[in-house]
Design a protein around this ligand. Sequence first.
Ligand SMILES: Cc1cc2nc3c(=O)[nH]c(=O)nc-3n(C[C@H](O)[C@H](O)[C@H](O)COP(=O)(O)OP(=O)(O)OC[C@H]3O[C@@H](n4cnc5c(N)ncnc54)[C@H](O)[C@@H]3O)c2cc1C
Length: 272
Amino acid sequence: MRLELTDDQEAFRDTVRRFADQAVRPRAAQIDADDQFPRDLVREAGARGLMGVTIPVDAGGAGRDYVSYALAIEAIATASATLAIILAGNNSLVAEVVAQFGTTAQRATWLRRLATGQAVGAFALSEPDAGTDAANQHTTATLDGGGYRLNGRKVWVANGEVADLLLMFAATEPGIGGRGVSAFLLPSGTAGLRAETTADSLGVRGLGCRDIDLDDVRVGADARLGAPGDGFRIAMWTLDGGRVAIAAQALGIGQAAFDAALAHAKRRQTFG
Ligand SMILES: Cc1cc2nc3c(=O)[nH]c(=O)nc-3n(C[C@H](O)[C@H](O)[C@H](O)COP(=O)(O)OP(=O)(O)OC[C@H]3O[C@@H](n4cnc5c(N)ncnc54)[C@H](O)[C@@H]3O)c2cc1C
């Protein structure tokens, strides 16, 4: 196993570090204080390929490997944990999922927009009673004519404030756990969707965290991602990538905290 970074990975990391130092770090405290989603920084990150790091170049992404993606999230997190999780949500939790499971039409509609930052994606799995126990989905998707009617409530949807696309999970066969869950791609303007703020996302303020109510949301069958009953498997596949990004984010936060403490300790003198 090769443990050293390649020249290309190092060069990419250095470019992202410069962006983090010059554009992100000076804004981080204000983003936290104001709890304001940093749309301009997200656009700038998108222009640098950071909204679709592993998405192929011909689909609008940066076409890089997963190590490079982790390095990018780590570098951004040293400057702003909030921006790191915004990018991780779009990359791992939506764009990569559309690339992996989307039909040709779904990829054509969404992938380039997500990978370039023209659109922002959000992942809506958690519910008031479905956190760690994510298979326990109470949101339902009932067959309705040729499509589905969705009802329920999602919580803790990062990027939910600005999202153009929601990757939504719901039980198409309630009561049988994960095997009865399906995934859907819902444009945020779909009638019946309502977002509200209930939680203070302490530590990552500005993340645009929202709860989302679904009240008779009607979609065609072409909004379903994967086959009926594939949703939980898709969610678990998604979180495998998400965990890499969240670990990289934690590493960046830890490094920044350590560096700040070290700088402070070098200046400080007590008891002589
Ligand atoms: C800032 C933030 C952003 C988020 N973004 C998103 C998002 O974009 N999309 C989304 O869908 N969700 C999101 N979430 C939700 C997140 O995925 C859940 O909070 C997480 O899955 C944990 O669920 P929970 O909060 O219900 O905790 P619980 O499931 O209630 O767990 C509470 C504690 O109990 C422990 N526990 C749970 N079950 C067991 C058991 N059987 N045995 C022993 N211990 C157990 C857990 O380890 C944990 O320590 C976000 C959360 C936060 C805080």
